[in-house]
Design a protein around this ligand. Structure first.
Ligand code: FDA
Length: 303
């Protein structure tokens, strides 16, 4: 990221919430489960799979974690009821990871069991590095309890990830490999754009070597091309490509037309703020969007 961009990203928390909400609406299905259902049905009609995320993270009360878990059971019910081609993605801090590990374990276990009973999959999103050990430990517990319908996201940004793949390899994990959105210190994370890409490819190679089902989650064309080169020998059902709702949608359609399985990450819910900030900070057009939004507030009728 260029220096000027970093400066703009630092300004984001000062941007009024209604502006953040408007600028980020393309990344989020809407506040309700019905919004997510409609979005996923539309994606399925385009030949795309989906994974639904109930927005929310870092809850501060057990009741909030329980409410988010209930929302996941409703999502699973909706996926099965509407016969949607979708999985769910879960952030463990939303289920109370930092509040009460046992509560988190029990809520997650129930969500994974409910999904398994319906033949649906659950992916554990990977959050910042304070969550990595616990997320991998809970993933391992579930797999060792014969829950085959659970996968996990790994971040190429972290130096440890290759070692994590080696440790998980005997479980033949289903892994979503992504760059990692959380900025981490140099001691534990690669910093440069190119070294993160190189790490991504090393991790992908190690996962394929271990015979894992991989989901390549990136919009980076440089990386996508190289990943596709590595996946070329596999059958379409042996891997998938993943993108976020609202990002490079036409490219996702091209990939579907070329015969790849493509899954779109669809967040919904009313706790949209943190997710929105992360998506905006990655949007290369952020500076222009903010300038236009500011102008529209100063000069009503513009933008
Ligand atoms: P990069 O950020 O370089 O983007 C490449 C290009 O894509 C940009 O130049 C731009 O054209 C376009 N683009 C990217 N983001 C955009 C945006 N917000 N708005 C407009 N254009 C945009 N991270 C994590 O830490 N834990 C996780 O569990 C997940 N899960 C996850 C699931 C899925 C399905 C995806 C696609 C991504 C994640 N991520 C994630 C996020 C991931 O780590 C990473 O931060 C983003 O995907 C951005 O990295 P890219 O590889 O897309 O490259």
């Amino acid at each position: 990221m260029r220096v000027v961009d970093r400066a703009i990203v630092r300004l984001l928390p000062a941007v009024p919430r209604p502006v953040v909400q408007r600028l980020s609406s393309r990344y989020i299905a809407g506040p309700t489960l019905d919004d997510a259902r409609r979005t996923v049905a539309g994606l399925n009609a385009e030949g795309k799979l989906a994974t639904i995320d109930v927005l929310g993270e870092e809850v501060t009360k057990p009741a909030e974690a329980e409410a988010i878990a209930r929302a996941y059971h409703d999502v699973l019910d909706a996926i099965a009821g509407d016969q949607l081609d979708a999985s769910v993605s879960v952030k463990l801090t939303a289920l109370g990871l930092h509040l009460d590990l046992d509560l988190c374990r029990s809520l997650l276990g129930a969500v994974v069991a409910d999904a398994a009973a319906r033949g649906l999959a659950v992916c554990l999103d990977m959050e910042d590095s304070s969550c990595t050990d616990a997320t991998l430990a809970l993933y391992r517990e579930l797999r060792e309890a014969n829950r085959a319908n659970v996968g996990v996201a790994l971040q190429a940004r972290l130096r440890r990830t290759l070692a994590d793949v080696a440790a998980l390899a005997p479980l033949r994990p289903e892994v979503r490999i992504c760059k990692g959105i959380y900025l981490e210190p140099e001691a534990i994370a690669f910093q440069g754009r190119q070294e993160i890409r190189e790490s991504f490819l090393r991790v992908l190679d190690a996962l394929l070597e271990a015979g894992c089902y991989v989901a390549v989650a990136t919009h980076d064309e440089w990386l996508l091309e190289r990943a596709l080169g590595r996946l070329a020998g596999l059958r379409p059902e042996e891997y998938e490509l993943q993108m976020l709702m609202g990002v490079r949608e036409e490219r996702a359609s091209e990939l579907v037309a070329a015969g790849h399985r493509v899954r779109v990450y669809v967040p919904y819910g009313d706790r949209w703020y943190e997710y929105s900030l992360r998506r905006l900070q990655e949007n290369p057009a952020l500076a222009g969007m903010l300038a236009k939004a500011t102008l529209a507030r100063v000069v009503p009728g513009r933008g």
